[in-house]
Design a protein around this ligand. Structure first.
Ligand SMILES: NC(=O)c1ccc[n+]([C@@H]2O[C@H](COP(=O)([O-])OP(=O)(O)OC[C@H]3O[C@@H](n4cnc5c(N)ncnc54)[C@H](O)[C@@H]3O)[C@@H](O)[C@H]2O)c1
Length: 267
């Protein structure tokens, strides 16, 4: 199981929110080195500066394989082979099937394709070394749904599916895989995301449960990695919601429609 002490990690979306908290907790728990990789290169550099000598910041579009390869190379050069990859960058965009292809592409590229291309780069080396750890930040939306945003719900379900597939395929060959599925977390994504979807999606998140701090989520994530669990649930009630969903899908869908009716602004 991953031991954060002495580990070398790359965290995408590390300039803000959950990614920043993951990077900070890794450093606090004795990681050898953490590369903070973010589309916001200045933000990544700022966070790395705050975290000290064991951190580096790099501008990186997690949905571009060359950028991710460069972030991995930086980690390896500065600290050694990457033990932990946190596929955490994500976007909260879109509303429904009427969204432009560009919106769907963005959600799918950042929320799931980025995980595929990172795994493509990492798995061969991890198989050769006999170890490696892939942490996917999906969402409770990937286990349930996202009222108010089809691109988010679909892309996060795909991220969970890919993480499960990695765990099934490589779990016996030394690769640890975990999937972080929070509900609301107090980050700019929740306060400012889903902009073109209006507030329905963000309101659905806020009314469904507690909004946690990024640090609380990072603690749950690292505890879960140490324990070797696949599904990491900072909001434990998500396990119950998922059981309800699979036990009686029609009843669960009726409950989701009730939630949606309560939030609709168009009558
Ligand atoms: N905040 C929540 O309520 C919540 C709930 C469940 C899951 N999540 C997931 O947690 C993850 C982190 O989100 P957050 O809430 O910390 O948001 P955030 O907005 O605080 O941070 C997201 C970071 O990702 C970066 N980013 C966006 N696109 C990128 C790309 N293509 N390449 C590299 N970096 C990119 C942004 O610049 C930003 O720094 C996301 O995957 C999100 O879907 C968030």
């Amino acid at each position: 199981m991953l031991d954060p002490a002495g580990a070398v990690a790359v965290v995408t979306g590390g300039a803000s929110g959950i990614g920043r908290a993951l990077a900070a907790r890794l450093i606090a728990e004795g990681a050898r080195g953490v590369v903070v990789a973010d589309l916001d290169g200045a933000g990544a550099a700022r966070v790395a500066d705050e975290l000290g000598a064991a951190a580096r910041g790099v501008a990186c579009d997690a949905a571009r394989q060359d950028d991710v390869a460069a972030a991995l190379a930086l980690a390896e050069e500065a600290f050694g082979p990457v033990d932990l990859f946190c596929a955490n960058a994500g976007v909260a965009v879109g509303t429904d099937e009427q969204d432009d292809d560009a919106v769907w592409d963005l959600a799918l590229d950042v929320n799931v394709r980025a995980h595929v291309l990172a795994a493509r780069l990492l798995v061969p080396g991890w198989l050769a070394r006999g170890r490696g750890c892939f942490l996917a930040t999906a969402s409770a939306a990937g286990l349930l749904t996202q009222v108010g945003s089809a691109p988010y719900a679909v892309s996060k379900h795909a991220a969970v599916a890919f993480a499960e597939w990695l765990a099934v395929t490589y779990g016996d060959r030394g690769i640890q895989v975990a999937c972080l599925c929070p509900m609301g977390v107090d980050t700019p994504l929740l306060s400012g995301g889903f902009a073109d979807g209006g507030s329905v999606a963000a309101d659905a998140v806020r009314t469904s449960g507690a909004v946690l701090t990024p640090d609380a989520v990072a603690r749950v994530a690292l505890d879960g990695l140490r324990a070797g669990r696949f599904l990491l649930l900072p909001h434990p009630e998500v396990a119950t919601f998922e059981r309800h969903r699979t036990a009686d899908r029609d009843r669960w869908l009726a409950g989701m429609r009730r939630l949606q009716r309560g939030l609709r602004t168009d009558g």
